[in-house]
Design a protein around this ligand. Structure first.
Ligand SMILES: [Zn+2]
Ligand SMILES: [Zn+2]
Length: 261
C-alpha cells in the first residue's frame, strides 16, 4: 500500500495569511525551508491493485493532486466536516470527469447531513454524460464498522476533537488520525499493532481540539508504534527544530511525502 500525504498543515495552513509584509505569518517556522510550507491536511491511500481512496477534500485539493501527480481517485472519505477538510469539495468535479461516474463519499450520518446541506447540489441525482457540478453519492459509515472501500479494508474508530468527534481509520498496519485530541479505549484497541501512524500534532503546547507533541509521544510509546508521522501542524512546529528534537520513532510529515505501508 502507498500513502501520499497531500497536505500536513493546520486549518489555516503554514504560513497563515497575514505577516508584517503580507507574505504570510510563519510563527517560528523558517520561511526558507520548503517543508515548512504546509497545505491543509489530507491523504490518498492507494491499494496494491492501484485503487485510491481520498481522505478529505480540503481547500487546497486541486493544487495538491496536481503536485503529487494524482489524477484519479475511486472514493472519498470525510474525517469530519470542518472547512479545512471539506471546502475543496467542488474540485471533485474534475475527478468525476476523469472516472466518468459519481464518486462514493463515505462519512458518518452527521457529517453527511452537514456536507449535503452545505453542498446540496453535489448530492443531487445525476444524468449522464456531463459533469457541470461535482456528483457525489452519500455512503453512511460509523465508528466501529469495518468496511471495504476502493479495494481497502478499513476499520473505523471515533476520535475526540474538542467540541466535535472525527473518524480515524486503520487499514492493514497503517492508521490515520487527523484532528484528534483524545482517544478512548476502543480507539486505542484498534490502533494496537499499527506499524505506521499519521497523527494530528498541531503544536507543542496543549490545545483544546488537537493533540500536542507530548500527547503524541505518550500514545506512540504506549501503543508501541514503530513509525509515527505528524500531520495537521501549525506555525509552532519548525522542520529543523523537529529534526533535532523529535523523539525516536516520531517524524514530521511534509506535503508530498510518500509512505509505503
Ligand atoms: Zn483540521
Ligand atoms: Zn477539525
Amino acid at each position: 500500500m502507498r500513502v501520499v500525504m497531500l497536505g500536513c498543515g493546520g486549518s489555516a495552513g503554514v504560513p497563515m495569511l497575514g505577516g508584517a509584509d503580507g507574505t504570510g505569518e510563519w510563527g517560528i517556522c523558517d520561511p526558507w525551508e520548503p517543508r515548512n510550507r504546509r497545505s491543509r491536511s489530507s491523504i490518498v491511500v492507494e491499494s496494491d491493485a492501484g485503487t485510491r481512496l481520498l481522505v478529505d477534500s480540503g481547500p487546497d485539493l486541486r493544487e495538491q493532486l496536481l503536485r503529487c501527480g494524482i489524477g484519479r481517485i475511486d472514493a472519498l472519505l470525510y474525517s469530519h466536516a470542518h472547512a479545512d477538510h471539506v471546502a475543496g469539495l467542488d474540485e471533485m468535479r474534475g475527478l468525476n470527469r476523469v472516472v466518468g461516474r459519481p464518486i462514493d463519499t463515505f462519512a458518518t450520518r452527521a457529517v453527511l447531513e452537514e456536507v449535503s446541506q452545505r453542498f446540496a447540489y453535489a448530492f443531487r441525482p445525476w444524468s449522464p454524460p456531463s459533469f457541470f457540478r461535482p456528483v457525489l453519492v452519500a455512503r453512511e459509515i460509523a465508528a466501529g464498522d469495518t468496511v471495504d472501500i476502493a479495494g481497502l479494508t478499513l476499520t473505523l474508530f471515533e476520535q475526540n476533537h474538542g467540541r466535535t468527534n472525527t473518524l480515524g481509520f486503520r487499514t492493514g498496519r497503517f492508521a490515520y488520525s487527523t484532528d484528534v485530541v483524545q482517544l478512548d479505549a476502543p480507539a486505542l484497541a484498534v490502533l494496537r499493532g499499527v506499524d505506521t501512524w499519521i497523527v494530528d500534532c498541531f503544536q507543542r503546547a496543549r490545545h483544546p481540539a488537537h493533540a500536542d507533541l507530548e500527547q503524541v509521544r505518550q500514545w506512540s510509546r504506549t501503543l508501541g508504534i514503530r513509525r509515527t508521522v505528524l500531520t495537521h501542524m501549525g506555525t509552532d512546529l519548525d522542520w529543523s527544530w523537529m529534526l533535532a528534537n523529535l523523539p525516536g520513532g516520531i517524524e514530521a510529515g511534509f506535503d508530498g511525502m510518500e509512505l509505503m505501508v
